[in-house]
Design a protein around this ligand. Structure first.
Ligand code: DGY
Length: 318
């Protein structure tokens, strides 16, 4: 009897094509709620999930045959790792393949905020272009500004590397310091969290969501940042407190924010939607056809490996 695999969402067909050669695959193509997961997961040996799938203790405990949860994302905060471990379920993610696309998107947000692209575009579409103006929609230069990175993993480093094009000195903060050769490669310096807040002109959040990073950026932190600072989050929404960010943007405590993620995603604070000094995107970090195809294939490969009793390529937990 073929082992059973469940694909939870509308992802690139490459995963289905690969997996259906060896397994009995159900491709759901729609988002499931926790309750729906609980009632459907029972027969499956592996599930290919997205970051919006709540793979909670209840869901995992309703899956007696489950051997693998392959998340189609680098983040895995949607999965209860403690229960997965207790149940002997291997959890995998899709790192590396999405690093460049996500760093590109973080930079799209940086450029958009620095040059006030949403305001310019909205003006042109609504009011109409009335001609060039010497003081019209002035933004700020990026060349030589200080780029701060919170979370200097693969994506944080790729964001830093792009900063070289603008001759930006990089400050970074995370739990551990990198080796001197890594620091040199990225023109970067390890600093305390407080220094990161005080000295960054652009502060890009690139850390995973953990109990330690949840609400790391609140009113207290925004107040320590420079008034010209641009805050970027293309990682996970709950790392900043959205209501506090709204206050900081309204009061011009910081200049602007570029967000790809939201605290209560997909819900967005209504006030945020009305503010001109932010660029808001609908979680597009890894959204290129090439990257999403690689993510689908990697997730599928991890399932194949686990179900054939081998080590997955990119495990979070095994
Ligand atoms: C991830 O992989 O965690 C991204 O947020 C998905 O785009």
């Amino acid at each position: 009897m073929k082992k059973r695999v469940f694909i939870s969402n509308l992802i690139p067909a490459a995963a289905y094509q690969k997996l259906s050669k060896r397994f009995q695959v159900t491709w759901n193509k729609h988002q499931l709620t926790e309750k729906q997961w609980e009632s459907r997961i029972g027969p499956y040996h592996a599930v290919l999930t997205t970051l919006a799938d709540p793979i909670t203790a209840k869901v995992l405990n309703a899956a007696p045959h489950l051997k693998c949860v392959a998340n189609f994302a680098v983040g895995f905060n949607n999965i209860d790792l403690v229960t997965a471990k207790a149940n002997g379920v291997c959890v995998t993610n899709t790192p590396d393949v999405l690093t460049e696309a996500t760093a590109d998107l973080a930079w799209a947000l940086i450029l958009s905020c620095a040059r006030r692209l949403p305001e310019g575009e909205k003006f042109l579409r609504t009011t109409g272009f009335k001609g060039w103006g010497p003081l019209f929609l002035l933004g700020q230069d990026l060349a030589g500004k200080t780029l701060g990175i919170y979370g200097f993993g693969r994506i944080g480093k790729a964001v830093a590397q792009r900063g070289r094009g603008w001759n930006m000195p990089v400050l970074y903060h995370q739990r551990h310091r990198e080796s001197p050769s890594v620091e040199k490669r990225y023109n970067s310096r390890y600093v305390s969290f407080e220094t990161l807040l005080r000295q960054s002109d652009i502060l890009s959040v690139n850390s995973p969501l953990t109990t330690e990073t949840r609400h790391r950026f609140t009113s207290k932190e925004f107040k320590q940042m420079k008034p010209n600072a641009i805050f970027i989050n293309a990682s996970r929404g709950p790392i900043h407190r959205e209501a506090d960010l709204v206050k900081a943007l309204k009061a011009k405590t910081i200049t602007s924010a570029g967000l790809d993620v939201y605290e209560f995603e997909p819900k967005i604070n209504k006030c945020l939607l009305k503010l001109p000094n932010c660029t808001l995107l609908p979680h597009l970090g890894s959204a290129t056809l090439e990257t999403r195809t690689k993510m689908a294939l990697l997730a599928a490969e991890n399932i194949e490996l686990v179900l054939s009793g081998r080590h997955p390529k990119t495990s979070v937990l095994r």
